[in-house]
Ligand binder design. Sequence first.
Ligand code: ZN
Length: 148
Amino acid sequence: MSLESLYQQIILDHNKRKVGFGLGDGGTPSHQYNPTCGDELNLTVRLDPTGDIITGFEWEGSGCSISQASASLLSQEAAGMTVSEFTEFADGFREAMRSRGAIALSEEEYGDLAALSGVSKFVARVKCAMLAWVAAEDSLARAQDSLD
Ligand code: ZN
C-alpha cells in the first residue's frame, strides 16, 4: 500500500468512527463555519480541574471528509496534552497546513494526523482541515477565561 493510499484510508476511517463525536452538556463549545466548503462544527475542549490538561475533545458537525477527519484526528491525537503542549502542536499543524506542500507533518510527532499532510497542497482545502483547530483554540481560550 502506498503512503498516499494509506493516508486516504486513515481519512476514510475517521469519517466513519469519528473520535470525540457527540457533544455533552456544558463546556465552552465554539461554533465554526467554513463558507467556502459548507463545513460546520461545534467543538469543546474538556479541561481537568486544574485547567492545565486537556482531558478530551467533544464535537458535532457536518461537512467534507477533510473537515470531519481533522476533528476526529485532533480528538484522537491531542487528548491528554497540557495546554502549552497543545498550543505548540496547533501552531505546528497550522504552519504545515499553510506551507503549500513544503512541510509534511511527521508521524512521530503528529501520529495519524500526518494523513492530512497532503491537504496543504490544496489551498482551498486548508480551511477545511483548520476548522476543528480554530474551534479548539477558541474553546480553550474561553475555558481558561472561565477559570479565572
Ligand atoms: Zn470542507
